[in-house]
Design a protein around this ligand. Structure first.
Ligand code: GDP
Ligand code: MG
Length: 332
């Protein structure tokens, strides 16, 4: 199908008009559609996304991570309400590859982000269930395009901070924020170096009551650690801030820092990052689609069990087995 034909077809999609008009039920149904693994749903989702593409991209895409208990849900609620007060429409998406097994911690979060989830200018969507992080990330990327088309101009993608989900989120947002707990001592506990390297801003939460001074001290420690990590001529050195999501102070300052980051990157810088992300996404899609086709191929399926067994026993080299499987797959 050509792009023009796809557009004409999707414009007939009953979800197209209502979604562009910001209808929440149409948006929720469109996200359910892109999350579906059914072939016919996939075709419809692709057509719908293609036709909506010109109406996407006009949002600030923020990623938020931090260990469980650091205050992500509390922060996102405060932050979201602050943005809505300033006239924005906020969407909160979550990536939690474990959500299928646990039934979803985000579900609990949704009820906890009580004020935000009741606000008509906010849209909160829990993590799609999925067997692989790649699958979950794919669907979240598409959900991000859909909420943008529905007029949400700030999209927050939250991750639970376990496994590789941080990288997946950093790869789909303009700016990645790491929420940290106040920690005593100089060991910077609770911080993973790999995650710090992905972060564009560090926010020490719970800077209130007894923890206020500890939080400030942690922020200074983190700043010193960052100075060692970043060259002095770096284009952007992550800002380190403190806030109290519970009491609500420092929240407006985080949004101001987001603005400074965007100015520092410039429109061109953000467009470049998005372009690189889109290209990486393309290759990811190619990989996932190819693998799915390979696994479905009847001749490959017939061959697979025996080849796997030979490889396990050590009687056949994995590379030789892989070449045989590919030869079968490509033979017709
Ligand atoms: N003192 C204090 N407690 C907070 C703050 N933000 C969150 N909490 C508490 O920390 C706990 C975990 O918060 P939650 O938002 O669920 O963390 P999440 O697991 O990262 O989503 C809850 O008991 C919150 O009330 C804060 O700014 N100050
Ligand atoms: Mg939470």
């Amino acid at each position: 199908m050509t792009a023009v034909a796809a557009k004409a077809k999707a414009s007939e999609d009953p979800l197209y008009g209502p979604l562009l008009a910001g209808d929440r039920r149409a948006l929720a149904r469109a996200i359910t559609l892109v999350e579906s693994t059914r072939e016919d749903h996939r075709a419809r989702a692709d057509a719908l996304l293609t036709s909506l593409l010109p109406d996407t991209g006009r949002s600030v895409r923020l990623g938020i991570t931090g260990v469980p208990g650091v205050g992500k849900s509390t922060f996102i609620e405060r932050f979201g309400l602050h943005l809505i007060e300033a006239g924005h429409k906020v969407a909160v998406l979550a990536i939690d590859p474990s959500s299928k097994r646990t039934g979803g911690s985000i579900l609990g979060d949704k009820t906890r982000m009580e004020l935000l989830s009741r606000d008509t200018n906010a849209f909160i969507r829990p993590s799609p269930a999925g067997t692989t992080l790649g699958g979950v990330a794919r669907r979240t990327r598409e959900a991000m395009l859909l909420v943008e088309a529905a007029g949400h101009d700030v999209v927050i993608v939250e991750t639970v901070g376990v496994g590789q989900s941080e990288t997946a989120v950093a790869d789909m947002v303009d700016m990645f924020v790491l929420l940290l707990p106040p920690s005593g001592g100089d060991d910077l506990q609770g911080i993973k170096k790999g995650v710090v390297e992905l972060a564009d801003m560090l926010v020490v939460n719970k800077a209130d009551g007894d923890l206020a001074r500890t939080a400030q001290r942690s922020a200074n420690d983190y700043l010193n650690a960052l100075r060692l990590l970043y060259p002095s001529n770096a284009k952007w050195m992550p800002e380190v801030r403190t806030c109290s999501a519970m009491e609500g102070h420092g929240i407006a300052e985080v949004w101001a820092a987001v603005g400074r980051y965007r100015v520092a990157q410039g429109e061109a810088g953000i467009a470049r990052r998005r372009g690189e992300q889109a290209r990486a996404w393309l290759w990811n899609e190619i990989g996932e689609t190819l693998m799915a086709a390979l696994r479905r191929h009847p001749d490959v399926r017939q061959q697979l069990a025996a080849l796997e067994r030979d490889v396990e026993r050590g009687t056949l080299a994995p590379s030789a087995a892989a070449r045989r499987i590919l030869a079968t797959f490509l033979s017709r």
